[in-house]
Design a protein around this ligand. Structure first.
Ligand code: OSB
Ligand code: MG
Length: 383
């Protein structure tokens, strides 16, 4: 492919309710979208999952936009023939910025797969037509928790519930939700790094609730701490924040710090790297699941495609658009009464933004055209 135009678009959507974790309360979803237009006439969309503030990872939206504008996009524009695979290889020279790289790769994949009429799911190696829906539940009052969890489980058909926890909000909400949902319900927790190894005795109280896992109890960089904690708990430990590439995943597994891995395409630098982590985890017998970053319908659709790969045996953070948004920027992603989300099978990521929605000034803050160097356009014209 040859790139004819690239734009960055800053969008924001109000959340249906604030989403509170041990780190931060989000009331708005901010996303940086990338739209690629190719000489061949394809359009591709990518979504960057970096947040406005650096509480989850060091990469913010503004960091990602700068890296895209100054480094990543210019490098891709220098490639004689652009594909997502070649872009990934070229961008491996650049340190950091997994979320910016992932967004650019997603836009390129979308465009190149539309050109050949192939879905992202087929390209990645999907084996399922639908995936189980799971939902992440923020920190809230007990009364709100009861209403929310009952609605997600019995009215909205979610097959797995994840509770955000922090010191002071852990054993009690887990006890309450286990009572509400019964022994068979799939239940797990996510600490987002809020605990210390000294809390092991307290966290062991969670062992009696038959949780699928405890996600990221300790600080992101504390692999040894997680390995030590794993020896004190029955509940398996899953890592999220520190796994930014395949090498990180292998290191965490080899050190005994992760029995399960949450794979987020944005956090690991893209869908192609996510597929590679899925492969090495399958080879090592480590279960994986697809995590979420409160994506719009664009990233949400692509995450569902990824989750259709064979070794994604655990239910992911894959929820309906209406879990977070009253108005998504794409046709809404929905959960069926069977608790499943259909894997998109149309070319590329299989969904497109509704331009009349995106055009609303309360949704798109601004759009930036990335200049395409004259020599790139000239070569394109000469063909
Ligand atoms: O830790 O998994 C997390 C959202 C933003 C940042 C970090 C996390 C989350 C979630 C939301 O838990 C998952 C979702 O998108 O449904
Ligand atoms: Mg997490």
């Amino acid at each position: 492919m040859r790139i004819a135009g690239i734009e960055l678009r800053w969008v924001r959507l109000p959340l249906v309710t604030p989403f509170r974790t041990s780190r931060y309360t989000e009331e708005w979803k901010y996303a940086l979208l990338i739209r690629v237009r190719t000489e061949e006439g394809a359009i591709g969309w990518g979504e960057c999952v970096a947040m406005r503030v650096d509480v989850y990872s060091p990469e913010t939206i503004d960091d990602a936009a700068r890296a895209l504008r100054e480094t990543l996009i210019p490098m891709v524009l220098e490639l004689p023939d652009v594909t997502a695979e070649k872009a990934k290889e070229a961008l491996a020279q650049v340190e950091g910025h997994p979320m910016a790289k992932a967004a650019l790769e997603m836009a390129l994949l979308d465009a190149q797969l539309r050109l050949i009429g192939r879905s992202l799911a087929a390209h990645l190696g999907a084996v399922r037509p639908a995936v189980k829906a799971g939902v992440s539940v923020g920190i809230m009052s007990e009364k709100e928790l009861i209403d929310t969890v009952l609605r997600y489980r019995f009215e909205e058909h979610y097959q797995r519930i994840k509770l955000k926890i922090e010191p002071g909000w852990d054993v009690e909400p887990v006890h309450l939700v286990r009572e509400l949902l019964g022994a068979d319900a799939l239940l797990q927790v996510d600490g987002n790094g809020a605990y210390r190894l000294e809390d092991a005795g307290h966290l062991a109280e969670l062992d009696r609730y038959d949780l699928l896992m405890i996600e990221q109890p300790l600080a992101a960089d504390d692999l040894d701490g997680h390995a030590a904690l794993a020896r004190k708990l029955k509940t398996p430990i899953c890592l999220d924040e520190p796994i930014t590439c395949t090498a990180d995943a292998i290191r965490a597994i080899d050190r005994g710090a992760a029995a399960i891995i949450n794979i987020k395409p944005g956090r690991v630098g893209g869908y192609l790297e996510a597929k590679e982590i899925h492969r090495v985890c399958a080879a090592r017998g480590v279960p994986v699941w697809v995590g979420g970053m409160v994506e719009t319908g664009l990233g949400r659709a692509a995450n569902v495609a990824l989750a259709a790969l064979p070794h994604f045996t655990i239910v992911g953070d894959l929820s309906a658009s209406e879990r977070f948004f009253t108005q998504d920027i794409t046709p809404p992603i929905v959960v069926g009464t069977d608790g499943l989300i259909r894997v998109p099978d149309k070319p590329g990521i299989g969904v497109e933004p509704d331009m009349t929605v995106l055009a609303r000034p309360e949704i798109t803050d601004h759009v930036e055209q990335i200049p395409i160097p004259a020599q790139v356009l000239a070569v394109g014209r000469a063909r």
